[in-house]
Design a protein around this ligand. Structure first.
Ligand SMILES: Cc1ncc(COP(=O)(O)O)c(C=O)c1O
Length: 424
């Protein structure tokens, strides 16, 4: 008997979705379809690809590693790519961030930080500190813990009580909003709950899936400082902002803050293979040292420390060592700014904003994620060989770093024409 097997796609309404586009291969900033069309990857394939698709150095590193060792139990064995990875990573990080825990993706990097922070507080005699603070527009992933510290939104609404209770701080929306709008609610929460709070989690400089919301640096600094004064651990989720996206290797470098936890994934392997890292301090690491097994960190995934992912990450970091991030990102940033400034006079816009390689156009409309407008906008762009996925009324470009100013300008033109076609 013939049995129909089908693929259930991520973030897709399977009843109305158009069939997926068959891909032949991808190179640089382009996804090449089997039918011969070349699609410009305007969102770096869900914010993963930094140097470009099929980057030669990363491809070769994975291929040569595959001939040696793919996977061992990371609890008992180690291998060269993992050792080389943490050594290289150390050259990009402040000395205090010295302990690296491996996992599989962005959500697990966040889960690990949350579990470590919680257990750290308990093992340091502060078992009353059980709560997390997060922000109104946050997105930290799709596993239950990561969903719990994410905003109440279309992404999390269907999952009700599967999300445990956390404290949601109200925040500002725009860079021009007064700092008080960004920090006052957080301040109020810590005034009443300070002894119950384990950690605060935030996406530094820019909240991604929540609508590409950009933080004033000062707000991040005030929140982190107030947290530290109150023994609240600071978790920076740089799953999206890490690896050059915001114009520096990590977003936290543009602030005065060094977090207690740094969560990385996506661009870590150049976007080639799944891996997450949670990096923390010696103080946290030491709190798990004990003669008793009960105090160890009870977490691990089958694929922890995958040697192919580590080799890809090493090759990726070597590329970063050779490149001047600012110089590479600047033309992208300028291309975004040049177009967005012009088009903000032509369209009904709430705000245009740019942060490193990320350019954002927020329309003055109340569209939600996944609505008709975003789907039609996506489709019109695809018809013009541009891949974008608007977040409701927020349309953004986050192209690979090898994109040219002309490609960015052309992409914005396609976006503007599509908007005009849809709203007129
Ligand atoms: C800031 C942030 N954290 C966590 C995640 C979850 O990462 P993953 O999809 O790899 O689980 C994402 C994904 O977009 C993200 O943007």
């Amino acid at each position: 008997m013939h049995r129909l097997m089908r693929i259930w796609r991520p973030y897709t309404q399977m009843q109305t979705a158009l069939p997926p586009l068959p891909v032949k291969d991808a190179e640089g900033a382009y996804i090449n379809l089997k039918c011969g069309r070349k699609i410009f990857d305007g969102i770096s394939s869900w914010w993963l690809i930094n140097h470009g698709h099929a980057n030669q150095e990363i491809t070769e590193a994975i291929s040569s590693q595959a001939k040696k060792i793919e996977q061992v139990v990371f609890a008992n064995f180690t291998h060269e790519p993992a050792e080389e990875l943490i050594e290289l990573l150390g050259t990009f990080l402040p000395k205090s961030l010295s302990s690296v825990f491996f996992s599989d993706n962005g959500s697990t990097a966040v889960e690990v930080a949350m579990k470590m922070a919680y257990q750290y507080q308990v093992q340091s005699g502060r078992s009353n500190r059980e709560k997390f603070i997060t922000f109104e527009k946050a997105y930290h992933g799709d596993t239950c813990g990561a969903m719990s510290v994410s905003a109440h939104s279309v992404f999390t609404n269907p999952y009700g009580k599967m999300r445990f209770e956390v404290l949601h701080a109200k925040q500002g929306c725009y860079l021009s909003d007064p700092i008080d709008n960004w920090v006052n609610d957080f301040e109020k929460i810590i005034q009443t709950h300070s002894d119950e709070i384990c950690a605060v989690i935030l996406e530094p400089l820019i909240q991604g899936a929540g609508g590409m919301v950009m933080w004033p640096v000062k707000a991040i600094e005030i929140i982190s400082q107030r947290a530290k004064e109150n023994n609240i651990l600071v978790i920076f989720d740089e799953v999206m902002t890490g690896f050059g996206r915001t114009g520096s290797m990590f977003a936290f470098e543009q602030t005065l803050v060094i977090p207690d936890f740094l969560c990385l994934s996506k661009g870590l392997t150049g976007g080639f293979l799944p891996m997450g890292l949670t990096i923390t301090t010696e103080q946290i690491f030491d709190a798990f040292l004990n003669d008793s097994a009960e105090k160890m960190f009870f977490h691990g995934h089958s694929f922890t420390g995958n040697a192919l992912s580590c080799a890809a990450s090493v090759a990726n970091l070597k590329l970063f060592q050779k490149m001047n991030i600012k110089k590479i990102i600047q033309p992208i940033e300028e291309a975004h700014k040049a177009f967005l400034e012009k088009c903000s006079r032509r369209l009904a816009i709430k705000e245009v904003r740019v942060c490193g390689s990320i350019g954002v156009l927020e329309l003055n409309m109340d569209y939600q994620y996944g609505n008709n407008f975003s789907q039609k906008m996506h489709q019109l762009a695809i018809n013009e060989n541009l891949f974008v996925r608007p977040l409701g009324n927020v349309i953004y470009l986050m192209p690979p770093f090898c994109s040219t100013s002309q490609e960015i300008e052309r992409s914005w033109e396609i976006i503007e024409n599509s908007i005009l076609e849809l709203i007129i």
